[in-house]
Design a protein around this ligand. Structure first.
Ligand code: COI
Length: 358
């Protein structure tokens, strides 16, 4: 279905950022998409307007009880002048599994992707070209009923904003730089039956304390363990985790407490295509530590839209620091990064049928 959104163009376009100095998520483009939902009128009044603050009732349910969600995907310029989105229908499907968990109404997938295409197309000059950069797309839904009782809202806003981005981690040199990760054994991210598999802000608010602790100890991020035994690996910061041990690549299974990452799914599919043994199974942190020490573990990397492929160079477990591959980028992480980036930016053929043109 084709959507015809009203467009109000900005009268004062902003200056574009220096592509050499792009960080993650600090600048926003000239326009944003906004649409309302009410139980009487369903999703309606989708429009593109100049980027700026939105009026919100101070009693809005999302501000008090976090009834909201968000997504993340990217747009890329190709050398032959096309604009590509990477697997946007996967994000569209995830919005709706999140919405189901959060009592937010379903959003038609074509509406989600159509709104993204319309906005990206209008702000196309903001897509940076430099390798390792892209236009990050942040769709989100917030409940805006002005009511302080705790109940599912009847009014929502669906908004999309765009941000030209460089690498997620501020590691020196940017790009594919190995990170150091603190294994978090006190705080947890999600418990069975909770919202760990939903993409909601609350999961991230609850992670800040541990992230701050990691920073204080000189690490870039945390590795989350399960809520019950504090033993099985769940995720790495805002990304999914992969371990290369002997000839097997292991990633924790989707059992409701970890995010079903689009990059995670893509990495598994590529590994299978390459004939690499990949297993979605539980893995204990003590087995990871043993495998690093006996040399059978050769790589750990994290995957995510923002983080892309992020190799782990050091794991801090209590008072032990375990260095992986002398802190160098692993071969599989590098090959995966090159392959994914090639498909995403149209510099390599997309044999998987993952890209969607704007
Ligand atoms: C993404 O990778 O798109 C995410 O949503 C992580 C984000 C919290 C930066």
């Amino acid at each position: 279905m084709l959507y015809d959104f009203k467009i109000q163009k900005t009268l004062s376009p902003k200056q574009k950022p220096d592509p050499e100095a792009l960080k993650f998520g600090r600048m926003f483009t000239d326009h944003m998409f906004i649409m309302e939902y009410s139980t009487e009128n369903d999703w309606h009044d989708g429009r593109i307007v100049p980027y700026g603050p939105i009026p919100l009732d101070p009693a809005a349910a999302s501000l008090h009880y976090s009834q909201q969600n968000f997504e993340g995907l990217k747009a890329y310029n190709t050398p032959d002048g096309r604009i590509l989105l990477f697997r946007p229908y996967k994000n569209a499907a995830r919005v709706n599994t999140t919405n189901e968990r959060m009592c937010i109404p379903q959003l038609p997938e074509d509406l989600f992707v159509g709104a993204i295409k319309a906005l990206v197309s209008l702000d196309r000059d903001w897509i940076p070209d430099k390798p390792g950069t892209s236009l990050y797309i942040r769709p989100f839904i917030i409940a805006d009923d002005a009511f302080l009782g705790v109940h599912p809202a009847e009014h929502f806003k669906f908004i999309i904003i765009l941000s030209p981005v460089g690498p997620y981690y501020d590691t020196p040199g940017g790009g594919l730089q190995p990170t150091s990760i603190l294994v978090e054994d006190e705080y947890i991210r999600a418990a069975p039956g909770g919202t760990g598999a939903a993409k909601v802000g609350g999961n991230y608010a609850g992670s800040l304390k541990a992230q701050q602790k990691a920073k204080d100890l000189g690490c870039d991020q945390v590795m989350w363990l399960d809520a019950i035994e504090h033993s099985f690996v769940e995720e790495i910061g805002t990304s999914n985790a992969f371990f290369v041990i002997d000839d097997e690549v292991i990633t924790p299974p989707l059992l409701g407490t970890i995010l079903p990452g689009v990059t995670r799914d893509s990495v598994i599919a590529l590994l299978q295509k390459w004939g690499v043994k990949v297993s979605e199974r539980k893995i204990r942190i003590e087995d990871v530590a043993k495998a690093i020490e006996d040399g059978s573990l050769t790589e750990i990397f994290a995957t995510g839209t923002a983080a892309v492929i992020s190799p782990v160079g050091k794991l801090v477990i209590k008072d032990k620091s375990l260095v992986i591959r002398n802190g160098q980028v692993g071969e599989l992480a590098q090959r995966m990064y090159d392959t994914l980036s090639g498909i995403q930016t149209g510099t390599a053929p997309d044999n998987m049928g993952w890209t969607v043109e704007v």
